[in-house]
Design a protein around this ligand. Sequence first.
Ligand code: ATP
Length: 701
Amino acid sequence: MPESVSVRVVARCRPLTPEESNKGAKTAVKVSGDKTIINVSGKEQSFSFDASYDSDSNNGQIFKEQCEALVQRALEGNNVTILAYGASGAGKTYLMSGDEDNPGIKPMVIRSLFQHMKVKSGMDIQTTMSYLEIMDERMTDLLNPHNNPMTIRQHIQKGIFVEGLSEMVVKNWDDMAMMYDQGSRARKMGAPEQRLHKARAHAILRIALEQRERQSSKVGVRSVINLVDVAGPDTAGGSSDPQVLSGVQGLQSVLNALANKGGGISYRDSNLTRLLQDAFGGNCRTLMFAVISPVDKSHKETLATLHTAQHARSVKNKVKINLDETQDVIAELREEIRKLRDKIASTSEPNRDDVLRMEDLVKDLQIAKKQTWEERERQSIKHEEERKVNLANKGVLEWVMDSTKKGNKEMQEKIQQLQAERDQLSAKYNGKRKEVDALREQLTKKLAEHAKYTASGKMNESETKSQVGAIQSLKTKLNTESEALKHLKQQLQDVQDSQRQAKEGAKAKITALKGNAELRQKVELEERQRLEKENREMIEEELNRMKLDLENEKTEIQLQISQGKKYSPQAGAELEMRVAEMKGDKAVITLQLKAYEKEKQRLITELEEVYNQHKDELEILQLQHFQTFRNYREMFEEQKAALEQRYRHLLEDSIQDAVFLSSRNNELVQENQELRKQIAEMKDVITKLGGRIPSKPGMTV
Ligand SMILES: Nc1ncnc2c1ncn2[C@@H]1O[C@H](COP(=O)(O)OP(=O)(O)OP(=O)(O)O)[C@@H](O)[C@H]1O
């Protein structure tokens, strides 16, 4: 017996964003118990909901208090819809999707669902998911972005669903989280401006569950969880996109009609309302979040959201546990089809409605027959294969790669953190370099002046002293700063090393992840290019450092000369030798670099060869795999045909037997009747003869 349950409505007001605070935006919303109160031009209006959350609340708390029980309900066999409704910029995405530190309702539902499933021992559960986007009435399959037509249908067993939308079987939390993540990023596809796109598109993440008690013939339960983001009118600009408004108005008018219990509920006016038909007025436990901004300038949109939410609160749904009655449904459909076929066959001019109904029934039967776990698995594998092709066709392979890397989140975070550190150090190092260069220039200038005066012999002792003092202090400063520069350089080197190690680790993980060879080669190439860039930078810096040391040496010699130091021929020879040594070092390094370059080229060629070889091997393996599969299929078809043949013979034999037995039965019935007639006649004769049995010739009494 269905239970009447009201749509649950919960308000959530976000805090002012830092940008709004900086602009001096004022708050017009406050929360008191279950009430949300808005102040419009000094007048307060209060709205009562099942719960209200203010800006101090967090997603985790809201999930625990409002959504966790619904996940349980879904596992008991109830349909559930959790929907976020509100103006653009009101905080729907933050609530439903959240961010890294503050996960939203969708990831928390997914996690909690699998946690609860884990403790449901003795049950087999099949979980499928689909992710749909509706923008300007156009539907996009976010998990498998194909171009095939999609239509909304109502099915006796499946309820309202999108025919043509890929339903993927997911085995664990990781799979579903990854699919969800990839689907969410697919929402960016074809959208030059992601914020605008997201604000204009509705999204429905649908998770379907089917459960059976293990080793039991008891009928199982089935349920769906819909997690919905409804696009809203724009708060920021004050004006609204008419396309978005029309979609939202559809929902508003459905809710108004339901709240006023008037007829003419226009579910069919938009794809969104059609798909939410069960959520508002049907078999579903629905939780609607009225998401609002606190900004006083957005009061119009906030009021509109609160009014619509109020209407939603008086909508009553009829909920029940959904039993998995596939076999009964199939039997009912067959019976209905049989009756209708007989009706159509009995008339020379069949009714058009009957023919159309017949088409629908046959389609429903086909759909019902596909509601087996095996068939869903098969379809899911097919969609998974199509998905790769569709993503590649849409040129979003990079997008998939990003998600592969995301699986390696911690490592990526570490690399990013090191990169930030490295950027900071680089900036410091470059600043220090400029300081050191300026000091050196100053010193060179001072030395040149000093040398000029010394040569002219015009300088007195005190002037010489002051100039040498200035040169000495500049020199000390230059030494100190050069030391600091060296220290920074060392730090930079350490960070670069740690970053390289982290990247190596990440690369190893990415390679270990399953994915196609082409994808892996792209990742490798990207990494190699980064490494090359880093090496180039490192070598450049090393050369600069050598130049710096040389300059320092030169400055030192100049100073010593200016202070009257004379170089002996031996010292001159020593200097020449050091210069020669340095030149030698430079030549060695240049040679080494050339050698590395050659080595690199060789490695690239080798890598390409290995890749091509693997690709060929993979292709051969794939072909073999397909061949095996074809062989199995053919074998299976043959066996199936043989079995069918055998059963057909058996059936024909049985029919013949049945026909024979039935005619034999008829004969026996007739004989029986004949005998009864004869006995009755004989009884009459005996009665007439006064009970004496007449003797027949050859018969002794
Ligand atoms: N509870 C919250 N705490 C802190 N910041 C929030 C909260 N809710 C929303 N925000 C911030 O407010 C801004 C708008 O939020 P969000 O993008 O979620 O709005 P939206 O309703 O999804 O907008 P749109 O419909 O345009 O996509 C974002 O910068 C978001 O980080």
